[in-house]
Design a protein around this ligand. Structure first.
Ligand code: SAH
Length: 199
């Protein structure tokens, strides 16, 4: 069944978040060797961050609800000769994958969920991240003015969402790059949270 997210990937121009290269925040993590092991890019879109991780040696899998985004991601992997895998799937039901991961990336996905699905999402992440594994999550920050784009998230909300069973190692201010024609700014204020799954 086509996802409503497919609409975002069927325009003549890419959606605001689809910048055609990995987010600089994740490039820096990759350069520090942190995007490693069995890695899941949760809600990967057209896969730039998944492909970044694969290029740095991770055994990378990207999952997204949008079949169109996954098709595009697979085409990029083939064009670039990278071994990343891409699957259409629901990140609210990651347990269905039947795989445990060492590392999870979330670039702009946590902030799409309402309160109810936020709880389901965190449980879903917890069901596939091994104890001691880390989740690197970037979301729009409550310091970003305006009401365009996704929901803003506060540090307190991140801490509340990842309460039981998780340890928030750090939350740092970050820049979420976006396509200027879409929102008329080059980047939005974001948080990068580093969150460890407890055993
Ligand atoms: N991480 C990508 C895309 C961010 S936009 C990037 O940085 O470019 C949010 C993405 O989440 C979209 O691609 C959308 O299709 C996906 N998404 C939203 N809800 C989802 C769900 N329940 N399961 C899987 N993917 C979902």
């Amino acid at each position: 069944m086509p996802s409503s997210w497919d609409d975002a990937y069927s325009w003549d121009r890419p959606p605001a978040w689809d910048i055609g290269r990995p987010q600089p925040v994740f490039v820096r993590l990759a350069e520090r060797g942190l995007l490693a092991g069995r890695l899941l890019d949760s809600g990967c879109g057209t896969g730039e961050n998944t492909l970044l991780a694969a290029a740095h040696g991770a055994d990378a899998v990207g999952v997204d609800l949008s079949g169109r985004a996954i098709e595009r991601a697979r085409a990029k992997a083939a064009e670039r000769g990278l071994a990343a895998r891409f699957e259409t799937g629901d990140v609210l039901r990651l347990g269905d994958l039947g795989v445990a991961f060492d590392t999870v990336i979330d670039s702009g996905v946590f902030h799409v969920f309402d309160d109810e699905n936020r709880v389901r999402y965190v449980a879903s992440l917890g069901s596939v991240l091994r104890p001691g594994g880390r989740c690197y999550l970037m979301c729009f920050s409550d310091r970003q003015p305006g009401d365009f784009g996704p929901r803003r998230v506060s540090q307190d909300e991140l801490r509340a969402a990842f309460g039981d069973g998780w340890d928030i190692a750090s939350i740092e201010a970050a820049a979420f790059e976006i396509n200027r024609p879409a929102f008329d700014i080059a980047s939005a204020q974001a948080w990068l949270a580093v969150i460890e799954r407890l055993g």
